[in-house]
Design a protein around this ligand. Structure first.
Ligand code: IPE
Ligand code: IPE
Ligand code: MG
Length: 246
């Protein structure tokens, strides 16, 4: 892995404007496989190389928080074989590659519902990976798994109600502090691959003021240079948060 100081970023990137938190909808695995006459599951398998190249690219330019959408609360609607494959694939990926992530200084976390549909052995691998890497601080890699943005907001409100919060005390700060990871900064940049222009229930609360970049590249073909291109696009944007430009 190449390591560079923030002053030596890939051509064209401004070290002063590197997004702190990048979130990514890894989409297009099925189409990538179909175009090759392969089963959809081969597209998921091919997505692993993209994931690790993006992690390395993110480290290279100093992104501190990276959140990747791996499985949504709606993805249970897929054919049973595909769901089973995805569960096993995510488990095996953690077993095979968590040491490597740990060596790179990456802290791994999982955002989503730990409900009965997620096999126990997958939950176990998640917990092991989290425990293994919990002291790492170079980058936090959050895998959104059995994650839904609406579910996250519902869970936050439920937690508040369970604590007996008074209605007039439920404000934006209270909800934000009961999301899955209250310490996550909101994403600065969201990248969605595969030419789809939608959010698909990703990080609904946190995306309020994120910059969105859409790429036509199918996820298995996505590489760090595509991430750098998205960051370059982000750096050309003007964020106003409802105010006026200076
Ligand atoms: C994204 O690729 C991976 C998951 C949702 C798990 P898709 O499987 O959605 O690929 P397409 O969109 O069908 O091509
Ligand atoms: C979003 O992609 C979920 C993940 C990438 C994990 P989908 O492929 O499930 O989204 P839709 O169905 O096209 O909106
Ligand atoms: Mg898709």
């Amino acid at each position: 892995m190449t390591q560079s100081s923030p002053t030596q970023l890939p051509a064209g990137l401004d070290p002063a404007l590197v997004p702190r938190h990048v979130a990514c909808v890894m989409d297009g695995n099925g189409r990538w496989a179909s175009r090759r006459g392969l089963p959809r599951t081969e597209g998921h398998a091919a997505g692993e190389a993209a994931l690790f190249d993006v992690v390395e690219g993110a480290l290279e330019i100093g992104i501190q928080w990276l959140t990747m959408f791996a499985f949504s609360t709606e993805n249970w609607r897929r054919p049973r074989d595909e769901v089973r494959y995805l569960m096993g694939f995510n488990e095996s990926l953690l077993v095979r590659r968590r040491d490597e992530l740990n060596d790179m200084g990456v802290r791994i976390r999982f955002a989503g519902r730990r409900d009965w549909r997620v096999p126990r052995r997958v939950l176990r691998r998640m917990d092991e990976s989290t425990a293994l890497t919990e002291r790492n601080r170079r980058m936090t890699l959050t895998m959104a798994f059995n994650y839904g943005g609406r579910a996250e907001i519902v869970d936050a409100v439920r937690a508040l109600v369970a604590q007996g919060a008074r209605p007039d005390r439920i404000d934006e700060r209270a909800i934000a502090s009961h999301l899955y990871f209250p310490d996550h900064p909101d994403p600065d940049l969201v990248v969605r691959t595969s030419g789809e222009y939608r959010i698909s229930n990703f990080l609904l609360w946190e995306l309020a003021y994120s910059e969105m970049v859409f790429s036509d590249v199918l996820w298995p073909d996505f590489r760090r240079q595509d991430l750098f291109d998205a960051v370059a696009e982000y750096q050309r944007r003007e964020r106003r948060y409802g105010g006026v430009a200076e």
